[in-house]
Design a protein around this ligand. Structure first.
Ligand SMILES: Nc1ncnc2c1ncn2[C@@H]1O[C@H](COP(=O)(O)OP(=O)(O)O)[C@@H](O)[C@H]1O
Ligand SMILES: O=P(O)(O)OC[C@H](O)CO
Length: 493
């Protein structure tokens, strides 16, 4: 039977999705399921890795059922995932020894301070492209080994495995046959040397992580194994961290091309080709992908809280019924009247890297109402993006002609217009904003010949809407943001 689909699994921070893409890059079927966010302490965020696997499995079946797809019609599976989130499990039973520690979680701040005290800051920067921050996987593995009873002994006996979510899903899909990751995910662990393309012995020693726990690092587009879950023998042939997958799905193949994804966090990546540019402006250097035996790099501005701030308005402050309504309320006022929201709920990522910053609302007056707060929260996504865009342009020496956007919150027209205004450049939104899943589908489909070349990705990119900058006081507004950020920094002890 002719192959009709590629299935993409998008294992995000808040939900699991499965999408069937057709040969022309269109969505034939999609299923999505949210899973539990666990907050054992105010600044800790964890997931139940077994719940994630169950959710992922159920949405795969649901997506198939929606279009009555058969296993024979699915050419292959591609995976994309929230990066850095860390799970450690027993290789015999498949049981995680602790919850998955999420990228946003802050319980390893103390371990980060120890690494800094050991003088590793420069080494980490030059060899992993990262900064020492609780964001990355390495300190999370050490925390689990240090804090879970018996874990260190078992790890030393070679009984435990480490993985990010790509690794965890592939291991479960292949029933424990494949313990693998690929370049883009490995480059987020703080344990992988992105110059030498191998696990870094010096950092593994500093983190006391045994090499027996580590997955084999593969290319982002090759067959890792097969799964019988769909009822046949389906290959799994592509994977990438969600932000790198979005860069691929947005067809940013040339040096200097960039995209910004508005999901739970917000992540701007610029392709720098085979050149690894160490940032001097607080950005990360990361592996974009390894395809056809060639590794390409990217500069990244990681913003921890973006759409999550809108979720916070909905779920905690309870001034919104849905994230979508934020657009309506924001447009009921013509400005925030000087109010700024700094959503530093998990510290600040690029370009500040302040683990001790905390959220703040500044400029409140008696006249401040709900609409101002909603608008200021949405505007904070745009200001944070300007922070990283300015840094990226300075680091790379490249001025962006336009900013390609994607991710759930880019559906918000107010936000996109304000974004164009604040960065003083056009913002381009494609028709398919599920570019993360699309990128994973293409990486997988290219490996098995479902698509012939990257030209298919370029051909499938269509513009939905272009937002042109239209205000003349952008720098004045942005100066207010910078002042607000300075007040939120170094707050927690
Ligand atoms: N119309 C909207 N306006 C503002 N924020 C939105 C809108 N739609 C979704 N969001 C936000 O975007 C995020 C969901 O985007 P998604 O790409 O699915 O995220 P993730 O992959 O991180 O789970 C949520 O945090 C939500 O609050
Ligand atoms: O789940 P997302 O889309 O917010 O992405 C999370 C990032 O991969 C974290 O680095």
């Amino acid at each position: 039977m002719a192959k009709k689909y590629v299935m993409a699994l998008d294992q995000g921070t808040t939900s699991c999705r499965a999408i069937l893409f057709t040969h022309d890059g269109q969505i034939a079927s999609v299923a999505q399921k949210e899973f539990t966010q666990i907050y054992p302490n105010p600044s800790w965020v964890e997931h139940d890795a077994l719940e994630i696997w169950e959710s992922q499995r159920s949405v795969m079946m649901e997506a198939m059922k929606k279009v009555n797809a058969t296993a024979e019609e699915v050419a292959t599976i591609g995976i994309t995932n929230q990066r850095e989130t860390t799970v450690v499990w027993d290789k015999t039973t498949g049981q995680p020894v602790y919850n998955a520690i999420v990228w946003q979680s802050r319980q390893t701040v103390g371990i980060c301070e120890e690494l800094k005290a050991q003088g590793l800051t420069e080494y980490v920067h030059l060899n992993t492209g990262l900064v020492i921050d609780a964001y990355f996987s390495g300190t999370k593995v050490k925390w689990i080994l240090d804090n879970v009873e018996g874990a260190r002994e078992k790890a030393n006996e070679g009984k435990l495995l480490f993985g990010t979510m790509d690794t965890w899903l592939i291991w479960n899909l292949t029933k424990g046959q494949a313990h693998v990751t690929e370049y883009s995910n490995a480059s987020r662990t703080l344990m992988y040397n992105i110059r030498d393309l191998k696990w870094d012995e010096k950092l593994l020693a500093a983190l006391t992580v045994p090499t027996s726990m580590l997955p084999t690092v593969k290319q982002s587009s090759e067959v890792y194994g097969y799964t019988s879950l769909l009822g046949g023998n389906t290959p799994i042939s592509g994977a990438a961290g969600d932000q790198q997958a979005a860069l691929f799905g947005q067809a940013c193949f040339e040096k200097g091309m960039a995209k910004n994804t508005y999901g739970t966090g917000c992540f701007m990546l610029m392709n720098t080709g085979e050149e690894m540019i160490p940032s001097t402006k607080g950005l990360l250097t990361t592996i974009a992908w390894g395809v056809d035996g060639k590794v390409e790099y990217a500069l990244e501005g990681s913003i921890f809280i973006a759409g999550a701030a809108i979720q916070w308005l909905r779920d905690e402050v309870k001034i919104l019924d849905s994230a979508k309504d934020s657009e309506y309320f924001a447009t009921q006022v013509s400005s925030t009247d000087g109010v700024y929201v700094v959503p530093a709920f998990a510290g600040l990522g690029a370009p500040y890297w302040d683990m001790y910053a905390r959220g703040a609302i500044l400029g409140l007056t008696r006249g401040t109402g709900k609409n101002h707060i909603v608008r200021a929260t949405l505007e904070s996504l745009a200001y944070q993006t300007r922070d990283v865009l300015d840094a990226m342009q300075e680091d790379s020496g490249i001025t962006l002609a336009a900013l390609k956007v994607d991710g759930g919150a880019c559906a918000n027209n107010f936000l996109m217009q304000f974004q164009a205004d604040i960065v003083k450049a056009p913002v381009e939104r494609p028709e398919v904003i599920e570019t993360t899943a699309l990128g994973a589908a293409y990486l997988a489909g290219l490996a098995v010949g479902f698509w012939e070349s990257k030209q298919s990705v370029i051909d499938s990119w269509n513009l939905d809407r272009r937002f042109e900058p239209s205000i003349d006081n952008a720098d004045e507004l942005y100066a207010g943001w910078q002042k607000a950020v300075s007040r939120a920094q170094a707050w927690a002890d």
